[in-house]
Design a protein around this ligand. Structure first.
Ligand code: FMN
Length: 186
């Protein structure tokens, strides 16, 4: 039996778990200090041209950095980076240098000025093509202009058994379903 949930409650809890990523951005105001924001709300938008979307609250420091730089990088993290992911999702670049204060290392990207996060297993380099405010968040759409990935994580483009991306379940809880659970190919 289903319960009717009041809309005033956290309706979006029912959208969890979410594969969660680290988005790196160039800080044009302080060029030596790029920033990182943890993002659970993100999605592919188009295959051709390749476009990726992220949803960012305008109160985040990263919000205006993305507008100013016109670029961002979506970094996919393994479960060993869960502490750093939480740090980047609970601290602001207004007060913290997140590359200094975590185990994450900036690495030169191929086609954008924002750095990749070296410890992550895959990276989408995006150039901003559009952004639009929906309610209390801005939906940024970037054209994916370069991609790099640790091939050890994949076999024919499919995540290998045992590799563990990070899922956010809400309420400060993370897990990784891992990929060594039941697997069915139809
Ligand atoms: C697991 C998790 C997921 C998050 N997802 C988003 C998101 O999709 N969009 C957003 O605007 N903020 C999200 N946040 C909040 C930001 O990551 C957080 O406010 C961060 O400190 C902002 O950093 P900044 O001020 O340096 O940009 C998330 C936080 C956590 C912990």
């Amino acid at each position: 039996m289903k319960t009717i949930i009041e809309l005033s409650k956290k309706w979006m809890y029912y959208t969890f778990p979410k594969l969660t990523v680290l988005v790196s951005v160039e800080d044009k105001n302080q060029s030596s200090k790029p920033n990182i924001i943890t993002i659970a709300w993100h999605s592919p938008v188009s295959l051709t041209p390749p476009e990726y979307g992220i949803s960012v609250d305008p109160r985040r420091y990263s919000h205006d950095l993305i507008v100013e730089a016109g670029e961002f990088v979506v970094n996919f993290a393994g479960f060993e980076l869960v502490d750093d992911m939480h740090f980047c999702g609970r601290r602001s670049g207004r007060k913290f240098d997140k590359f200094q204060d975590t185990n994450l290392t900036p690495e030169k990207a191929q086609k954008v000025n924002a750095p990749l996060i070296k410890e992550c297993y895959a990276h989408l380099e995006c150039k901003l093509v559009d952004h639009h405010v929906y309610g209390d968040h801005t939906w940024f759409v970037g054209e994916v202009v370069a991609v790099s990935a640790d091939e050890d994580w994949f076999e024919n483009g499919i995540l290998k058994n045992g590799k563990m991306p990070i899922y956010y379940l809400g309420n400060n809880i993370y897990n990784s379903y891992g990929t060594d659970g039941p697997r069915v190919k139809k």
